[in-house]
Design a protein around this ligand. Structure first.
Ligand code: PAF
Length: 282
């Protein structure tokens, strides 16, 4: 496995590769990321994993500075998982006009309006930052396949839209969320939780599961179910941001004729904001 820090070296190493599978990450890898590599390996012999904590997708009060950077441990996991190349550029390398303080990425991808809802409502500019860095990484790696986790359902939806609308020759694959035995979705941000919080962190998944069950039992009063799930979480000590039942095809609020659905949720436990979602059909 090669560890590469510059775009020039990456391009030179990939020059003769016609079939590359790509897994973009921000590092601090867990079993969910390893699963993405496993899926990538099924599509290409050459699997590139990027590790880059992208400043453009963090808001001014978010956890950019404290986001866990664990490169050595990450590389060990990726080697064991069978990745071919780890691409770990610096901020200077990724952002050509970075002046040590400002990224000066004055051209960015404007994501569709759905990027201002759900997580985008609480994180203005987040998905523009994600789409822009993913477009940059796609241009550097030029993969034929790229693999993302379904845990970030809205992110995956926006990346798929970007690939479609910009006619990128990349097949996007979404991989099921890997969970702790408790149901808690694996996330790098779980590392922020205290032992006590970790013991109750699966309540977010529980609230989503209860919502799915109610819909499957025939309750189609979606706004009441969303309110109920939020209030359950708040009573359990969370600060619920949103619980939303949407069409999994359009990500628009579900109406009663939609049959392919997703319930998405975001809530804070202490200072840690966790997200999760469940797709289901009725
Ligand atoms: O999901 C992530 O880890 C990040 O948003 C991504 C796709 C690597 C872009 O920085």
């Amino acid at each position: 496995m090669q560890i590469i820090n510059t775009i020039a070296e990456l391009r030179s190493v990939l020059k003769n590769q016609s079939n590359v599978a790509f897994v973009p990450t921000m590092g601090n890898l867990h079993a969910g990321h390893v699963q993405l590599v496993e899926v990538a390996k099924q599509h290409a012999n050459c699997v590139v994993v990027s590790i880059f904590v992208n400043p453009l997708q963090f808001g001014p009060t978010e956890d950019l500075a404290s986001y866990p950077r664990t490169l050595d441990a990450d590389c060990k996991k990726l080697k064991a998982a069978g990745a071919s190349i780890v691409f770990t550029p610096t901020v200077e390398e990724m952002y050509a006009d970075f002046d040590g303080k400002n990224l000066n990425q004055s051209m960015t991808i404007t994501p569709p309006p759905i990027a201002n809802e759900l997580c985008g409502a609480a994180r203005p500019g987040h998905f523009a930052g994600v789409a822009t860095v993913v477009m940059k990484l796609f241009n550097m790696v030029q993969p034929s396949v790229a693999v993302f986790g379904q845990k970030d359902f809205q992110q995956l939806f926006i990346i798929k839209q970007m690939v479609k609308q910009f006619n990128l020759p990349i097949h996007i694959i979404g991989v099921d969320t890997v969970r702790e035995p408790s149901g808690l979705a694996m996330s790098s941000r779980n590392g922020y939780l205290t032992n006590e919080q970790r013991a109750t962190a699966s309540q977010l998944n529980g609230a989503l599961r209860d919502t799915v069950q109610s819909v499957k039992n025939g309750n189609q009063d979606y706004s009441q179910l969303e309110q109920q799930a939020k209030s359950t979480l708040n009573k359990q000590g969370w600060a619920a941001d949103y619980i939303s039942i949407r069409s999994s095809l359009t990500l628009l609020p579900a109406c009663n004729t939609d049959t392919e659905l997703v319930v998405l949720g975001a809530a804070k436990l202490g200072n840690t904001r966790l997200i999760d979602n469940l797709t289901f059909n009725i």
